[in-house]
Design a protein around this ligand. Structure first.
Ligand code: NG6
Ligand code: CA
Length: 540
């Protein structure tokens, strides 16, 4: 079969001396392996039985994870953007390894972040879906996480920027120490946008405390009944500097109405236009404070999520209005980090990863002209769908790895890579022992991450609200149901039985459903997805 021959060209070659057999930790691996063999995709299994050890002589690198919000595959210049330039992200690609088939775990934020930090697919936790701003912490204290493993091996760990994984025990009081939070799952330091820019509370949280909170003006939030006498976007649209289009019509903060109601904390409220400056400054300070030891910085930008209100110095810097200008601002944030690494002479031994939490969206609830000013720009590149969708545009995101000491500059890889693997992969790189429990879905894909393995994962599950899809080699299976397609306002594409099957090498745009032509394969993939939904494969 032509498609198999194509995959063979990328077959994994164990890289010599460091290759060692590794044992599976569950009996699900043989079952899935049997399915893969039956489908004639056994070359993918070579990846399962060999692993290479990292170069012992290399000093453990600092790790900086630049995690952007709603940035699509085609939204940065080095992935084909038009109408906006991203010189700092492009520099990373020029000096590092650019992935063309890397995926966030889900087509929305909370589940992607959950999978990234815990190494567990988010669908295993019913609470891991888009959260309100006063939701309790969904990663329970003591959970084995990427930061907890790095912390145990001596890394200084910090998260700066968007959190959206819940805080407190479910009845959060913003006027007291907010706990549990990042500190209880392995971060030494945090400076947070608690949920999202479009959700209350619109304040920063540093080490569990609201920044600049005046005790005489306590904060209350509600995601049910309106509270307080403050104006809302619903009743006072005349007060708004950016109108809402759907949702987002509750409390007005800084001339923008949000999801949820908030009273108090007037002195502590953020100014959206300054957010990129504030969080970049905090991220830079974290690097400066920890430059002597290995550190892990999870820098999670607000950009380019709604509301898109970049600082005035970025006005008109793209041809796409506010969404494009927010991309320029996001790129500026990346530049601040890169400049800091240069200044502190940390560039050579710092592993920088640039990626996004889900695919792109245009109208996500505010009237900001994202559709009208788009021009020729394709936010998801050539892929179909975007945020909220099981089509490739939902989860296939930019993913760049730069580590001058180890990764060849200006290279590209087609390896299938999932952000869910970062927990096992980066903790291995840092020298952490793989724990017996924890990280259930996270594979050690260090060879793929560093560009030594051109194949990557044999299979990967994608998540969108209320639905899952499965990738196996070049095949993509989406079960019967429905998924979103357009970039907002959306439409739902109905998926009749037996589902959608796409061959992505010849049909990256997912336009030809070949499920009926390959019925056996479709049935096998449906069984494989059902199995993975039930039980993690615990691959090492
Ligand atoms: C949706 C919001 C959207 C955005 C999203 C979360 C409405 C109508 N839409 O519910 O604006 O906030 O949640 O985005 O309220 S994410 O990137 O954090 O997943
Ligand atoms: Ca997002």
């Amino acid at each position: 079969m032509a498609e198999i021959a194509k995959m063979d060209a990328f077959s994994f070659q164990p890289s010599g001396v460091g290759s060692q057999p590794i044992r599976s930790r569950s009996n699900l691996v043989p079952v899935l392996s049997a399915i893969v063999v039956a489908l004639g995709l056994s070359h993918l299994l070579q990846r399962e039985v060999h692993a290479t050890t990292s170069d012992e002589s290399t000093k453990r690198p600092n790790i900086v994870l630049l995690y952007t919000d709603d940035v699509g595959y085609g939204d940065v210049s080095c992935y084909g953007a038009t109408g906006v330039e991203t010189p700092h992200v492009d520099r990373l690609a020029r000096e590092g390894l650019r992935f063309t088939d890397a995926h966030c775990s889900a087509a929305t934020c909370t589940p992607s972040r959950y999978a990234l930090l815990t190494g567990s697919y988010a669908f295993r936790n019913k609470g891991a879906r888009i959260l309100s701003g006063n939701a309790g912490a969904i990663i329970k204290p003591g959970t084995i996480t990427l930061p907890s493993l790095l912390q145990q091996t001596g890394y200084a760990t910090g998260v700066v920027g968007k959190w959206h994984l819940g805080l407190g025990d479910g009845a959060v009081d913003w006027n007291k120490a907010v706990k549990p939070g990042p500190n209880e799952i392995g971060f030494d330091y945090h400076f947070l946008i608690p949920a999202t820019g479009d959700r209350v509370p619109c304040v920063y949280l540093e080490q569990g405390r609201v920044v600049d909170l005046d005790p005489a003006d306590p904060i209350q939030t509600s995601y049910g009944k309106p509270i307080g006498k403050g104006p809302t976007g619903k009743d006072r649209p005349d007060l708004l500097k950016q109108m809402w289009s759907h949702g987002h019509n509750a409390t007005i903060v800084n001339g923008i109405s949000r999801i949820g109601f908030m009273t108090g904390g007037k002195k502590a409220r953020w100014v959206d236009e300054d957010m990129a400056d504030v969080i970049s400054h905090k991220a830079v300070s974290f690097i400066e404070a920890n430059k002597q030891k290995p550190f892990f910085l999870f820098f999670s930008t607000h950009d380019i999520h709604v509301p898109r209100v970049p600082h005035s110095r970025f006005s008109g810097k793209s041809t796409m209005g506010l969404r494009g200008d927010a991309i320029v601002q996001m790129d500026w944030c990346v530049g601040q980090i890169l400049k800091t690494l240069d200044r502190l002479k940390l560039t050579e031994n710092t592993l920088v990863i640039f990626t996004s939490d889900n695919g792109p969206v245009l109208d996500d609830g505010y009237v900001d002209q994202a559709n009208e000013k788009l021009g020729e720009h394709q936010p998801a590149g050539d892929f179909r769908g975007g945020k909220y969708s099981l089509f490739e545009g939902g989860t296939r995101v930019p993913f760049i790895v730069r580590w001058p000491e180890r990764v060849k500059p200006g290279t590209e890889t087609k390896a299938l890579f999932g952000q869910v693997d970062l927990a096992a992969t980066l903790s291995k790189l840092a020298g952490a022992e793989r724990p017996d429990a924890g990280l259930p879905d996270s594979h050690d894909e260090l060879d793929a991450l560093l560009g030594d393995d051109p194949v990557g994962r044999p299979h990967l599950v994608h998540e969108a609200p209320r639905s899952l899809a499965l990738r196996v080699g070049q095949w993509k299976f989406i079960p019967p149901g429905a998924t979103r397609e357009k970039l907002g306002p959306w439409n739902n594409v109905k998926i009749a039985k037996p589902g959608f099957l796409f061959e992505l090498t010849t049909d990256p745009g997912e336009t030809r459903n070949v499920a009926i032509d390959h019925l056996d394969r479709t049935t096998e993939f449906a069984a494989m997805l059902a199995k993975l939904r039930e039980q993690a494969d615990h691959s090492p």
